[in-house]
Design a protein around this ligand. Structure first.
Ligand code: AR6
Length: 207
């Protein structure tokens, strides 16, 4: 913690970023990114993001936790989505289902990925786009790819932050004419403490 405080003090906030809390950053004056330790199924947001596979079969990891808590409707809606649209392409997050028995959020955005840097980056950016397409204001994202897929935590945190940062700057409200992005809060929430520590490091000084 002491080391953390020191790093935070030494960090010169560039014009575009503002550290508003120890693990919160305001990007471009409009998108707040925070880092949180906890069970993502308990989040109070508009949507949580699932580390899905192309089949939308929710077996283990965060997918299993969501499916178990939300009940059978999540797998049923996922199967229906797949029937209509086919497999999820890796690097995209097009599938949205409702949250079944889980009342603290409305939707689940299913992001397709594997342990590949570019695909991980792409699917996070697409998650932000999908959230805006559904007029959502807040979304929680776990450390996708760093669990069962075993992608290194530090790299995962770096790519997730970079994806959200790039999304933010490519979609600045002042440069968009007809569609103002609705997304205002991105919460990186994971229940693995060492993973969260990597995100904490990225939340200031290393964006
Ligand atoms: N709350 C918050 N974070 C969680 C929770 C939870 N309840 N459960 C797990 N995590 P993983 P992947 C974190 O393994 O590596 C599946 O079979 C966990 O600590 O779910 O992308 C899918 O269908 C980790 O940091 O996803 C895919 O085929 C993060 O969630 C494949 O595994 C992601 O861990 C996906 O593997």
């Amino acid at each position: 913690i002491e080391q953390d405080e020191k790093e935070l003090k030494n960090y010169q906030t560039p014009l575009e970023f503002k550290v508003i809390d120890k693990y919160k950053v305001l990007l471009g004056g409009w998108l707040e990114v925070s880092v949180n330790l906890g069970d993502i199924t308990e989040e109070n947001v508009d949507a949580i993001t699932n580390a899905a596979n192309e089949d939308l079969y929710h077996g283990g990891g965060v997918a299993g936790a969501i499916a178990e808590k939300g009940g059978p409707s999540i797998q049923i809606e996922s199967d229906e989505w797949k029937k209509r649209n086919g497999l999820i392409k890796e690097g995209t997050a097009p599938a949205v289902t409702r949250s079944g028995n889980i009342k603290c959020y409305k939707y689940i955005i299913h992001a397709g990925q594997r342990d590949d840097e570019q695909l991980l980056y792409d699917c996070i950016k697409d998650t932000c786009r999908t959230a805006c397409n559904y007029n959502l204001k807040s979304v929680s994202i776990p450390a996708i790819s760093s669990g069962i897929f075993g992608f290194p935590r530090e790299l995962c945190a770096a790519h997730l932050f970079r994806a959200v940062e790039d999304f933010c700057f490519e979609n600045r409200p002042e440069i968009l004419v007809d569609s103002i992005p609705t997304l205002r809060f991105v919460r990186f929430t994971d229940n693995d403490f060492p993973t969260v520590q990597e995100f904490q490091k990225k939340s200031y000084g290393q964006l």
